[in-house]
Design a protein around this ligand. Structure first.
Ligand code: ZN
Length: 236
């Protein structure tokens, strides 16, 4: 069964490799560092230590990231980390309007074509922004005032998806809230309802709008507000 899956190229890795050259959130002064502790030449084996922000590269926001008293990254039930992907494609809209907020009507339109989004689904917003990665200037798309411009979920869309009891929201941008957001309304709302977020997902273009299955594997960091995450999509 595994041979069949891999030989058919049915697995897509949606996580970026982690190094110091990724795009940090504006204002972060230090984001990643790796040091060699032992080398084969000197010690006969190779080890490193590393330090990084919890929210850097492809990462998961745990519910505890904004509202108090919610699950930390280690407390998210395993069941919530596996689910079918509902991919909402807004590449055309995002190319015209960098501040595009996914309206609830676009979720309903997806449902007209593919059926109601099921409980436990993971909803991914495909904006095409991955093509700008890892160029910080293009990916953050900041204006003269430093405000970022990239698309995201609207509050109304998030509300509808919470009603549908989805497990998480994901995007190929820095944040599920659109870049110019000042109140992070979707963060408060979705995390407050126990959902998690997947941010800075890699190129989503190989995924169908319906039918892929996601395996979401965040670092099990006790007490973490989030952390680096490996996300695999199994294509139908
Ligand atoms: Zn976030």
């Amino acid at each position: 069964m595994l041979d069949e899956i891999f030989s058919g190229k049915r697995v897509v890795d949606l996580s970026y490799a982690i190094n110091e050259k990724l795009v940090p959130w504006p204002g972060d002064e230090k984001w990643f560092e790796a040091r060699v502790n032992a080398s084969i030449a000197k010690n006969g084996y190779f080890t490193r230590s590393f330090w990084m922000l919890e929210h850097y590269g492809t990462h998961l926001d745990a519910p505890a990231h904004f509202p108090p008293g919610k699950a930390t990254v280690d407390q998210i039930p395993a069941k919530q980390l596996f689910g079918s992907a509902a991919v909402i494609d807004v590449r055309a809209e995002a190319a015209r309007d960098a501040d595009y907020p996914l309206p609830a009507a676009r979720v309903e339109e997806w449902e007209e074509r593919h059926g109601r989004i099921r409980a436990g689904a993971i909803v991914l917003l495909r904006t095409g922004w991955a093509s700008r990665w890892p160029n910080a200037q293009r990916y953050r798309n900041q204006d003269a005032q430093g405000k970022m411009h990239f698309p995201g979920f609207s509050v109304e869309a998030a509300k509808l998806l919470i009603e549908r009891k989805v497990s998480g929201l994901g995007c190929d941008t820095m944040s599920v809230d659109f870049g110019a957001s000042e109140d992070f309304a979707v963060h408060h709302l979705a995390l407050g309802s126990g959902l998690y977020h997947l941010e800075n997902l890699a190129d989503l273009s190989a995924l169908p709008e319906k039918g892929a299955f996601l395996m979401v594997a965040p670092i099990k960091l006790e007490g973490g507000s989030g952390g680096p995450v490996r996300v695999f999509a199994l294509l139908p």
